[in-house]
Design a protein around this ligand. Structure first.
Ligand SMILES: C[S@@+](CC[C@H](N)C(=O)[O-])C[C@H]1O[C@@H](n2cnc3c(N)ncnc32)[C@H](O)[C@@H]1O
Length: 245
């Protein structure tokens, strides 16, 4: 498993230079509205007092796209970001992120071993990243550990459809056949962009991922599939344990 995980990370190193361009072309900007929705839902589900000094950790941050969205939407909502950190195991993705966002602190690490203190973040986000983490349960437990009580976990991910309808089949065809072609042409790395549909195929349905999240103790607040069920946004709360003495 460790070898396969390192291969996945190495593949992101290889495509880092062309990642932003390929992503922009392949998504046609559809994900922007969902990233914005994710930010606004997270903000609106936090207690008012935490909005005065928010701490956000963006896991599998890649070239920093989600961090840009957190910053932009916080500004729009007059929310003060006390700390926002980006974490990712790919050194090449992080180099690009650091160039784009010089004032942000980035750390090279996997989602399964976050060098972050217990209960230190109000929001943990992972956009199109959890699919790449092979030891998923370990990562979900890490998210639980670093979140404060009542903190919010945001996941955006490609999810698998079972019993796809006509539109979902059409989107499936686009994801399986057209996207790897576009990504391959832009990055000149067809193997890396074949990984995209293969990893979606190997991944979970939104129902199964939700079950895993609940098993770790997260309380779902919002789950919505979009782009003909190809992607899902999950917004969850850290279980608040009430102490009785
Ligand atoms: C598709 S990119 C998403 C980047 C960014 N979050 C975005 O929204 O554009 C997936 C990222 O997952 C990272 N990744 C791969 N394996 C990982 C792991 N085990 N733990 C954390 N991140 C991982 C890759 O390095 C890559 O940057």
């Amino acid at each position: 498993m460790a070898d396969k995980q390192q291969e996945i990370i190495a593949m992101f190193d290889e495509i880092a230079q062309s990642y932003d361009l390929a992503n922009r072309v392949m998504s046609c900007g559809i994900d922007i509205a969902w990233r914005k929705k994710a930010c606004n839902l997270a903000f609106s589900n936090l207690p008012k007092q935490s909005l005065d000094s928010l701490h956000i950790a963006d896991i599998a941050c890649g070239t920093g796209d989600m961090i840009l969205h957190w910053q932009k939407n916080a500004q729009k909502n007059a929310i003060t970001l006390q700390e926002i950190r980006g974490l990712d195991p790919s050194a090449e993705m992080l180099k690009i992120a650091q160039k784009k966002l010089p004032s942000i602190s980035f750390t090279q690490c996997e989602a399964t071993a976050l060098p972050l203190e217990n209960e230190s973040f109000d929001i943990v986000s992972i956009a199109y990243g959890i699919r790449n983490v092979l030891e998923r349960k370990k990562a979900l437990e890490e998210f639980m550990r670093v979140l404060k009580e009542g903190g919010i976990l945001v996941i955006l991910e490609f999810t698998k459809c079972h019993n796809p309808n006509f539109l979902e089949n059409l989107m499936g065809f686009y994801t399986k056949n057209i996207l790897p072609l576009i990504g391959g042409i832009i990055s000149k790395n067809y193997r890396a962009y074949r990984y995209l549909p293969d990893s979606i195929e190997e991944f979970l349905t939104k129902e199964k991922l939700l079950l895993e999240l609940k098993e770790v103790g997260f309380i779902p607040l919002y789950t919505k599939a979009f782009s003909a069920n190809v992607c899902t946004l999950f917004v969850l709360k850290k279980h608040s344990i009430k102490q009785t003495n």
